[in-house]
Every structure is written in structure tokens, then in C-alpha cells.
Write a protein that binds this ligand. Structure first.
Ligand code: NDP
Length: 448
């Protein structure tokens, strides 16, 4: 049987782009379909525009801190619409760049909504194509709980293009997105209320890290409403009124309410049943080779709901292409994946948390090294912000099982620590590394 393509990819996000280019580099005839801008969540309404907005929000502190270094105070004003326009311009530039990469790699791009017609046929709007292998990389979408008035709430899909900067914003959720956007808008001068249904944000992260980030955010001015849920949202002339349960006050009026309560795979209308692709808990079921229940159909990235991070989708995509088209079979490891929350203060982690290590090796089997200090940059402006660093070490082997950091440049520093952790470095290896002075990072190699 002959097919139109060796590989047809549904979704031109991080995973789909990586897989299609790598497969084409091995000589495969590849097509990719995308209904939105090329680039996916990360480029269009995720990591990239978010990080740009995080940078934008830092400037208010830079200006204040500069005074401690002898600069005269700056009367700076901020224009939200200029930021939105600049960020949108960058997103579109990157999207065009990704299209040019596809062209250079001879990957054919189809704009339109793709679905499976049968296990070897893909329809893009009203055109159909056959393919020997199919890869589903359609990503995920923000979800909102079904409470009365939820239609008045926005998600991370709309936040980047808000026409006006909210004066008062409620952010619901204490995960990555909620915590990052609470920091962004607070830094830009919005009055922010982060509504969290537990005592602490960032469930699943190291306990000291959670505490440090939350305390740091509150110090910077974010109103964290812990142990609070929203029962109802009402439109009122001043904006929206949130009916709260658990908070001191039982209602809160804000201009905008942003829900960041999780994301789920984008599987609606994909035709998975018709093609015999199994799902479970709303996600496509795959094995370690990204293979679905239909052996020649594969899926990766957020639509499989394994580890929903861009670099993971990219690595899965490349491993899939190497295996299926490059005669270099391998699959990725999900251990020691470094992850950062671009909150303010920033938080980053790799490997095991203290709790996870204790659960695996017992408290007596684990040694935790911890330090907390004010980085040098904050001395002259007298900023009360600390850095927290932790190493979790296996006593028997001296191996560093995990590292956590909160504070300035945490993500940049942990990325390099992650190499050592992935290589199985011991605490002695850290200690034998000459310190680079004066830096904050040197504390990781001088922990007593
Ligand atoms: P998360 O799963 O990280 O966090 C969701 C938050 O919403 C949690 O605090 C959760 O509380 C809370 N929540 C869930 N349901 C409700 C509800 N019904 N009412 C009130 N609160 C609720 O999701 P995000 O949307 O923040 O992010 C989605 C994913 O995107 C992340 O998990 C991550 O994989 C990825 N991402 C990664 C980023 C990065 O790498 N920097 C940045 C942004 C996103 P509880 O803890 O109690 O369940």
C-alpha cells in the first residue's frame, strides 16, 4: 500500500515541530497540520510570552533598587498596551521562524483543523491525506471548574491579549500559571489577589520552597488568600464580584478574574475512536515509545498528560523520530527533569524533594543541606529578599538526589546543577568543585 506521506503530524507545537523536522532530516516525507499560529502553547500563549511579561514586571524593582547604587529615582510609568503589542510581535516573529524551519526541512504545512478519518487517513478541514505513520501532538487547553458565573473568568489563553491592564486582579490557583501571573501583574502595578484552596501554593514542590515563594510573594505585595474557594462569580458594574468561602471577607470585587486551575488534553473532535486510539482519564494512552493502542499511531507532549513541559515534548518528539525514521531507537528518561516556576521570587528544582527522598530511603538514609542568605546585589538597596538553596543527599552513596533553589537566577543556576545531578554526582563532587566568587551559585559547592 502506498501513502501520501511517511508521517503526518497533528499539531505544530513544541513536540510536533521537533518530531517532524527530525523525521524529515532522515529523508521521511512529512506533513504537519496546525489550526492556530505555528509554535503551539509554549510559543503562542505559554512559556515565551509569559517569560517576556515576567521580564517586564521586574523593571519596577530594578528602578527602586538602582537608587541604592547611587542612581536618582526614576518616575517610570508603564503602558500595558505597548507591552502586549511588543510581546505579540515577538510571538509572531517566532511563529514565522518556525514556519521557515519547516520549509528548510521540507516539511509540508497545512493550516486547518485536523482529525483522524481512519487509522491511516487524516483530514485537514475538507482535504484528506493518507500516511503510513501518524503522530498526534495536539497539546492541551486551560480548564475552568463549572461554578456559576465562570463565563466571566478568563484563562491563560486570553490573558496575553487583555485590552486593558486590570487595576485589581484575582488569580485562582496556586500552580505554575497562577503563581507566575500573580507575580507578573503585581510587578506591573496591579493589585493582585491569589486565591488558593490550600494553605500553601505549589503543591508537589519541596515544602521549604513552597513556604519561601509564598512568603516572598506576600512581601512583594501579592494578597494570597489561602484555604479559600470561589463559589460564584457575578458581573457587577465595577467588574466582577467573587463570592468566597474560607476567606476573612466573603466577597471580593476585581476588574478581572484569571483561572489557572489546570490544563487538559485537546482531544475533542480528533476522531480517536474512529482510528482505534485508546484514551484514559482524558489523555491518549502511550507506551515508553510514544506508541498508542494503534501501533502505527503515536502521541506525545501534553495530549498524553505525562510531564507537561516543553523540553519534555521536544525530547519525546526527537526520540520518536530517531526511533521510527532514523534507525536509532531510544526513549527518554523522565527522571531528574529540572523545572522552574518563574514566580517572584523564582523557584527551581531538579531531582528528588526532601519528602520524596525520605519516603524512598527513610529519614535516616537522607541528609539535607540547606542555606538561606541575602544575595550581594540586595545589600546596597537593602532589599529584604533571600535565596534558599537545598541539596538532598543519599547518605549511603553520598549521591545528590535533588537540588532546590528559590530566589534570584534560580532557574539559570539549577539548569547547570541538573547536569551534575543527572550524571550522578556526589556531595564530595560538589565540594571538590572550586567556588566561583563572588556569586550566589558558589553556595551550592560550599554547603557545610
Ligand atoms: P497546575 O496543575 O500547576 O496548578 C493548578 C492549581 O489550581 C493548583 O493550585 C490546584 O490546587 C488549583 N485548582 C485545581 N482545580 C481547582 C478548583 N476547582 N478550584 C480551585 N483551585 C483549583 O496547573 P496550571 O494551570 O498552573 O498549569 C498547567 C500546567 O502547565 C502545569 O502543571 C505545567 O505542567 C505547565 N506549565 C509549566 C510552566 C513552567 O514550566 N514554568 C509554566 C506554566 C505552565 P491543588 O494543588 O489543590 O490541586
Amino acid at each position: 500500500m502506498t501513502f501520501d506521506y511517511d508521517l503526518f503530524v497533528l499539531g505544530a507545537g513544541s513536540g510536533g515541530l521537533a518530531a517532524s523536522k527530525r523525521a524529515a532530516s532522515y529523508g521521511a516525507k512529512v506533513a504537519i497540520a496546525e489550526q492556530d499560529l505555528v509554535g503551539g502553547t509554549c510559543v503562542i500563549r505559554g512559556c515565551v510570552p509569559k517569560k517576556l511579561m515576567v521580564y517586564a514586571s521586574h523593571f519596577s524593582h530594578f528602578y527602586q533598587d538602582a537608587v541604592g547604587y547611587g542612581w536618582s529615582p526614576v518616575e517610570a510609568t508603564f503602558d500595558w498596551s505597548k507591552l502586549v503589542q511588543a510581546v505579540d510581535g515577538e510571538v509572531r516573529r517566532l511563529s514565522r521562524l518556525h514556519i521557515s524551519f519547516l520549509e528548510k526541512n521540507n516539511v509540508e504545512l497545512f493550516h486547518g483543523q485536523a482529525r483522524l478519518v481512519d487509522d491511516h487517513t487524516v483530514a485537514v478541514d475538507d482535504r484528506t491525506f493518507t500516511a503510513e505513520k501518524i503522530l498526534i501532538a495536539v497539546g492541551g487547553e486551560a480548564t475552568k471548574p463549572q461554578i456559576p458565573g465562570i463565563e466571566h473568568a478568563i484563562t491563560s489563553r486570553e490573558v496575553f491579549l487583555l485590552p486593558l491592564q486590570p487595576k485589581r486582579l484575582a488569580v485562582v490557583g496556586g500552580g505554575y500559571i497562577g503563581t507566575e501571573f500573580a507575580g507578573v501583574f503585581n510587578g506591573l502595578g496591579t493589585e493582585v489577589f491569589q486565591v488558593v484552596r490550600r494553605g500553601l501554593i505549589l503543591r508537589g514542590f519541596d515544602e521549604d520552597l513552597r513556604e519561601e515563594v509564598q512568603t516572598g510573594m506576600v512581601k512583594k505585595g501579592v494578597n494570597v488568600l489561602s484555604d479559600t474557594t470561589i463559589e460564584k462569580i457575578e458581573k457587577v458594574p465595577e467588574g466582577v464580584r467573587l463570592v468566597l468561602k474560607g476567606a476573612k471577607d466573603n466577597s471580593l470585587v476585581v476588574d478581572t478574574v484569571l483561572y489557572a486551575t489546570g490544563r487538559s488534553p485537546n482531544l475533542e473532535g480528533l476522531g480517536l475512536e474512529t482510528a482505534g486510539v485508546e484514551t484514559a482519564k482524558g489523555a491518549i494512552v502511550v507506551n515508553e515509545w510514544s506508541q498508542t493502542s494503534q501501533p502505527h499511531i503515536f502521541a506525545l507532549g501534553d495530549c498524553t498528560d505525562k510531564v507537561n513541559l516543553t523540553p519534555v515534548a521536544v525530547a519525546e518528539g526527537r526520540a520518536f523520530a530517531d526511533t521510527q525514521f532514523g534507525n536509532k531507537p531510544h526513549h527518554i528518561s523522565y527522571e531528574n527533569i529540572a523545572t522552574a516556576v518563574f514566580s517572584q521570587p523564582e523557584a527551581c528544582t531538579v531531582g528528588m524533594t526532601e519528602i520524596a527522598a525520605n519516603a524512598q530511603y527513610g529519614e535516616d538514609g537522607v541528609k539535607v543541606y540547606r542555606t538561606r542568605f541575602r544575595p550581594m546585589i540586595y545589600a546596597l538597596p537593602n532589599v529584604d529578599e533571600k535565596i534558599l538553596m537545598k541539596l538532598v543527599v543519599h547518605k549511603e552513596t553520598d549521591r545528590v538526589l535533588g537540588a532546590q533553589m528559590v530566589g534570584k537566577d534560580a532557574a539559570e543556576i539549577i539548569q547547570c546543577v541538573a547536569i551534575a545531578v543527572t550524571m550522578g554526582a556526589t556531595k564530595k563532587d560538589f565540594d571538590a568543585t572550586m567556588a566561583l566568587h563572588p556569586t550566589s551559585a558558589e553556595e551550592f559547592v560550599t554547603l557545610p
